[in-house]
Design a binder for this molecule. Sequence first.
Ligand SMILES: *Cc1c(COP(=O)(O)O)cnc(C)c1O
Length: 396
Amino acid sequence: MTVSPDQVVYMDNNATTRVAPEVLDAMMPYLTELYGNPSSMHTFGGQVGQAVSQARQEVADLLGASPEEIVFTSCGTESDSTAILSAIQTYPEKNHVVTTRVEHPAVKNLCDNLEIFTGRKYHSTRLHVEADGTLDLQRFKDSLTDETAIVSVMWANNETGVIFPVEEMARITKERGILFHTDAVQAVGKIPINLKETAIDFLSLSGHKLHAPKGIGVLYVRKGTPFIPFLNGGHQERGRRGGTENVASIVGLGKACALAAAKMDEENTRVRALRDKLEKGLLTSIPKALLNGHPEQRLPNTANISFEYVEGEAILLHMNQHNICASSGSACTSGSLEPSHVLRAMGVPFTAAHGSIRFSLSIYNTEEEVDFVLEKMPAIIAKLRAMSPFWEENNK
Ligand SMILES: *Cc1c(COP(=O)(O)O)cnc(C)c1O
């Protein structure tokens, strides 16, 4: 059975987004008649190369970067790996990285396994977060040592939407002669970014989180920052990433970046208002519902809410019966009973972390959809609590 997009209420945009119709239109010629190789000498290929150049400019414009600083990759994960492994190879004599306890698996699992890549003892500092998901800058400063090769801190958290002060952290890092990487996959397109005014060396983004297709990413590499490629091969991307360009997706990403720039205001007014209405509605209409993450220092589209004494996965199944799509912070399906590492790092109590739901909106959501979710959720939670022994025990 398939469910068509017009039947679903899609509030899982931090997992992936729909491809904008304008993006698909821009891509189509490069999947059909304009199939040349951008590296070819002939005019037929050359015009494809021009489309890639234009897309590079559009990405650079959204980031406040120069086109030469944009390297196209296959995804956010590749960008994260490339940046961190490049820094580690740049400073072979160093053996320390600094990151946080709440990074995406793309950074977390890489940092867990650095000994495999370096063949020697490597250690990482995982910065604690506060109960509201924010970072303590003093603790960060204290973590930097002469052995630190790179700091990797996400710009905004995918589960809670909490925003980290990466610009300030990059300045502090630079003073110590250490490289700074930020996984900005969730921030790009949602909040303004101007890399010219920062000391950030590397930034990762991913197309499918901002209405471009899956399987296209970017690594921003600041001019002058030492860089060692991850994929060695042809001279593509000025020798920084071998492999024939994913032209159609690159063109789509360029278009998506131009659209994101044009819709940034809408994201921060209309989408934010929808998110706030949803959040307030849920917190007031459902008892023992708690917001996870700092109330203000947060992306405009994300609301992570815990419904105490119920299972997130059970909530999702009931939401699914109404074709409402969201995510849960518990991970029973993945075989572990552990709640999300992000909520655990924040010290969210077990009974709340297990019942957490992440709602993530986009410009395609409507007020009617928010009203629909607000209408359905109280009954779903009440029904599950009626079956929950924990709820009964704790709320006699
Ligand atoms: C989705 C995501 C990634 C991974 O991006 P892919 O393109 O799916 O590899 C990395 N970091 C964050 C914060 C994400 O949300």
